[in-house]
Design a protein around this ligand. Structure first.
Ligand code: SF4
Length: 389
């Protein structure tokens, strides 16, 4: 990128002027990572200071049986497959309660599109979970699942959301977004929920007072222009509803041979590479700069590794998810050394080591607790420094 265009974009960002589609594509073409990070960090700091939010949550996948076969998905199993499972309601409650001692504040629940489970199972699970853990927020179901519930129940999403909210639902999850542009989407997504329905369902949820997250799966067969288009669609919807709390770039991951059956489920694997750490940091920075009306940008550390998660805090991200037990959707057999679980203490140290102030939040981004600011590295040099995977 030439110096003139850099100055022009800096001026726009500093004046709080909205960046265009062309600006977004130009930012992706720029390989000056330090400059990109600096610009995104300026925006992130204006919005969120040196605070990094995190939550203590547990991921819960009620079933891995799915009627769809998305090309990138290593989670789904077909009925009868050896390690296909579906939890009974009491099993789901028992799993959730395993983490009670960690004072978790959120259950994050996403599932396969089970072909025969009745619709009533889902509000019933929420009701039982809420009864067992009344202080825990329930963030559950992707827009794809809500549309699936429409299909299996014959009810409109409006009524489905009302019933789920009555049972304890406090937020949808952001999944099912992947990349909205059909040019890419037709090759990676096998379920029926595309932009029109994904946005319809989040709009409906926002209209009912729910705040929801938004996501983007990047680093597979998409080009930078598809990422820009994806964010601009979300930005426009956010102008309309104001219901997105956070944007979460999710790094597409390769699968590994499943030890249970010797299979690799990711059908994109042979023709894709995963995004490098530098590319991931660029995605965080450009997303923060383009998505000017979303309060937070989150790094889901499970899909990026802990080192990139720390660095992302200087590239526009101000939020880390979470404790995460058993994340499986794109991470079913991880061999990168990234753990499945981070406890509260681990997250605090990760954030302090990166030089930021940790702030624990709940699903609604209400503050649970503010922690001390980071001790400057110069004062900590004599201590052994942790190396994060
Ligand atoms: S991504 Fe979701 S809908 Fe697609 S195959 Fe996997 S579990 Fe099913």
């Amino acid at each position: 990128m030439d110096a003139g265009l850099k100055r022009e974009l800096e001026a726009k960002v500093t004046a709080g002027e909205r960046l265009s589609r062309e600006d977004g594509v130009a930012l992706y073409e720029c390989d000056d990572l330090v400059w990109l990070g600096g610009l995104a960090h300026q925006v992130r700091t204006e919005r969120n200071g040196d605070r990094v939010m995190f939550n203590v949550n547990r991921h819960l996948n009620l079933t891995n049986v799915c009627s769809a076969s998305c090309a990138y998905c290593s989670f789904q199993r077909k009925p009868g497959e050896k390690d296909a499972y579906t939890m009974r309601i009491h099993e789901a409650v028992a799993k959730a309660k395993e983490m009670e001692g960690e004072q978790l504040t959120e259950l994050h629940i996403v599932n396969g599109l089970h072909p025969t489970l009745p619709w009533k199972y889902y509000p019933k699970v929420l009701r039982e979970l809420k009864g067992a853990l009344p202080g825990v927020n329930l963030k559950a179901f992707t827009a794809t699942e809500i549309q699936w519930f429409e299909k299996i129940s014959g009810l409109p999403a409006d009524e489905i959301l009302d019933e789920l909210i009555d049972a304890g639902l406090e937020s949808l999850t952001g999944g099912g977004a992947e990349i909205f542009d059909w040019e890419v989407r037709q090759h990676i997504v096998d379920h029926a929920t595309h932009w029109e329905d994904w946005s319809r369902i989040h709009r409906l949820a926002h209209g009912k007072g729910l705040k929801t997250p938004s996501t983007m799966l990047y680093g597979h067969i998409e080009e930078p222009r598809h990422r820009v288009d994806h964010v601009l669609r979300l930005r426009e919807l956010q102008d309309e509803t104001g219901g997105f709390q956070v944007f979460i770039p999710l790094r597409y991951q390769h699968d590994f041979v499943d030890s249970a059956d010797g299979k690799i489920r990711n059908r994109l694997q042979a023709r894709t590479k995963m995004a490098s750490p530098a590319e991931s940091l660029k995605v965080f920075a450009v997303s923060r700069l383009l998505f000017d009306n979303v309060p937070h940008v989150k790094c889901f550390w499970v899909m990026h590794g802990l080192s990139v998660a720390q660095l992302s805090l200087n590239f526009g991200a101000d939020d880390l998810d979470g404790s995460v037990v058993e994340y499986k959707i794109t991470h079913d057999a991880d061999s990168y050394g990234t753990p499945n679980t981070m406890h509260r203490e681990d997250l605090l140290n990760l954030i302090w080591d990166a030089g930021f102030q940790p702030v624990e939040r709940n699903t609604k981004y209400e503050i649970v607790r503010e922690y001390d600011k980071a001790t400057p590295l110069a004062q900590r040099r004599s201590e052994p420094q942790q190396v994060w995977a």
